[in-house]
Design a protein around this ligand. Structure first.
Ligand code: NDP
Length: 495
């Protein structure tokens, strides 16, 4: 094992006192309450962050309202320059941010570099590129003219005001960038509330953002638990919430937002994403695809696959190839550059996954691989493959958000479609086949916000992303985010 050493900068950062970032400056907590941030690789506390109450929520919204008035007047060209400067700053601090992320989330260091930080930079630059391209339309009204008067009309895209970005623990920087970049490029100010498990990368980002040209209060970061998220979105000064997290919390966020003055809301929620393997599938490609889709970041990715439906004629062959690959997996410290599989992100999630293992054993599901937590310090579990007895098995119907792949054979296309659409989820799905006609025939039948063919999980900023059914409301990326982060104002002129 060859773990990398934390840099001096990261060690100093972890040991320093942490404050909120409000109105362009460090903002100490009113009270002394703190939240311990724990390294999932060994269960040890690595930092304490302040636990904000209503005083800090008030301060953040007040600062964000002031920041909004300044930021909305900044020209689109200048907004683009500033967001690009922030992206450059993140890129220049890639290793620092990656080491902080691995320390707080257990994500392997290679993944923290290549996904968390590099993708954050890629997405931020993509959003920056929209700054000068957010336009309304002109219309030609047909209102009858009595006295030679004429009419003109156009629409404007205007910012909403103060956006609250509520972030889960699985991608603490990248998902926060989706929120803050969408908000800022459209002229809103933003308050980010990271997950209490993984607040440190955002606090580091706030340090990096201090002198890139953002007006004070345009970007704010407050740390705390779920109650803080609720307090922020109930605040009369908040105009929108962009939330990524679980379905139960998402429902609560949506209903709170509606009750508090129809606060605008985007919800990116969980999934039980299926992969469907057609009879002609190339099982080598499929086995590699399953590793990528089901086990990357221990399955703690909203778009990861959890249900795997394989044509009965290819089932045993694919199981065999998958087992061979999983046997080669190296489970270990996430700070070791050769590790494939690190710990899961926190103790509660570790317990939840243990209960899924128990449930499968109690239910009599066949265990093809894994099925246990590891008896060692930290929150390690085995990558696991179960075979379901039916589509109604608990394991085939509940999101585990972990490295648990549930397989079920199917016999014909109708059964495959029914399996893929089973349950309340509809975030993403994939089809695996060399037969493009079959794939094209099936795509319209699948209830999911994204359908991939011969790929899974990989997101691109140009392609809209979001859920159908209970997996969410609204879309991120592409140009779809503009609708969600602006109001459309219609202007009519008689002349
Ligand atoms: P949670 O829903 O538990 O929490 C998400 C965020 O909401 C956290 O910051 C949490 O704070 C906060 N929160 C909790 N309660 C409230 C409340 N009442 N009002 C406002 N905010 C609140 O999700 P997890 O963090 O456990 O993340 C995992 C879930 O996220 C999975 O279900 C996964 O599928 C989903 N997800 C969806 C994605 C998508 O794009 N569709 C992407 C990534 C994850 P705190 O944690 O500090 O308590």
């Amino acid at each position: 094992m060859s773990e990398i050493e934390l840099s001096t900068e990261v060690r100093n950062f972890l040991n320093q006192r942490h404050d909120h970032f409000i109105g362009g400056a460090q903002h100490p907590n009113n009270g002394s309450a703190t939240i311990a941030v724990v390294n999932p690789a060994n269960g040890k506390t690595i930092a304490e962050v302040p636990n904000a109450g209503s005083t800090e929520a008030d301060a953040a919204v007040t600062a964000a309202r002031e920041g909004f008035q300044a930021w909305r007047r900044v020209s689109p060209a200048q907004r683009e320059i500033i967001l690009r400067a922030l992206a450059d700053r993140i890129e220049a601090n890639r290793e620092t941010l990656a080491q902080i992320e691995t320390s707080q989330s257990g994500k392997t260091i290679q993944m923290a570099r290549a996904f968390e930080v590099d993708q954050a930079v890629l997405f931020l630059r993509y959003y920056a590129g929209w700054a000068q391209r957010i336009n309304g339309q002109t219309m030609q009204p047909s209102i009858p003219s009595m006295n030679q008067e004429q009419y003109a009309a156009f629409t404007r895209r205007e910012p909403l005001g103060v956006v609250i970005g509520i972030i889960p623990w699985n991608f603490s920087l990248m998902i926060a960038i989706w929120k803050l970049a969408s908000a800022l490029v459209t002229g809103n100010s933003v308050i980010i509330k990271p997950s209490e498990y993984t607040p440190l990368t955002m606090l580091k980002l706030a340090e990096l953002a201090t002198d890139v040209g953002l007006p004070d209060g345009a970007l704010n970061v407050v740390t705390g638990g779920g109650e803080l998220g609720q307090t922020l979105l109930e605040h009369e000064g908040s105009d929108k919430v962009s939330f990524t997290g679980s379905i139960p919390t998402g429902r609560q966020v949506g209903s709170t937002a509606m009750k508090s003055d129809l606060t605008r809301v985007t919800l990116e929620l969980g999934g039980k994403n299926p992969m469907g393997f057609l009879p002609d599938v190339d099982t080598d490609k499929a086995a590699d695809g399953i590793i990528e889709a089901g086990f990357l970041h221990s399955g703690q990715i909203c778009a990861a696959a959890e249900n795997f439906f394989v044509h009965r004629s290819r089932f045993d062959e694919l199981m065999e190839k998958l087992s061979q690959r999983l046997n080669q997996f190296k489970i270990g410290s996430p700070m070791d550059e050769t590790t494939d599989f690190g710990p899961v992100s926190n103790a509660e999630h570790h317990e939840k996954l243990a209960s899924f293992f128990q449930q499968a054993t109690d239910h009599g599901n066949t265990i093809v691989h894994g099925g246990h937590t590891l008896d060692q310090p930290g929150y390690y579990v085995e990558p696991t493959v179960f075979i379901a007895k039916s589509i109604d098995d608990p394991l085939a119907t509940h999101e585990t958000f972990g490295p648990i792949a549930t397989f079920l054979p199917y016999d014909d296309e109708d059964e495959l479609i029914a399996y893929m659409n089973h349950g309340p989820y509809g975030l993403a799905a994939s089809l695996w086949t060399e037969n493009i006609s079959a794939a094209m025939r099936l795509i319209p039948e699948i209830q999911a916000g994204t359908v991939w063919v011969n790929m899974h999980t990989i997101l691109d900023p140009t392609v809209p992303f979001g859920g159908v059914k209970s997996s969410g409301i609204g879309r991120e990326f592409g140009d779809a985010f503009i609708d969600d982060f602006t109001e459309l104002k219609s202007v009519m002129i008689r002349y």
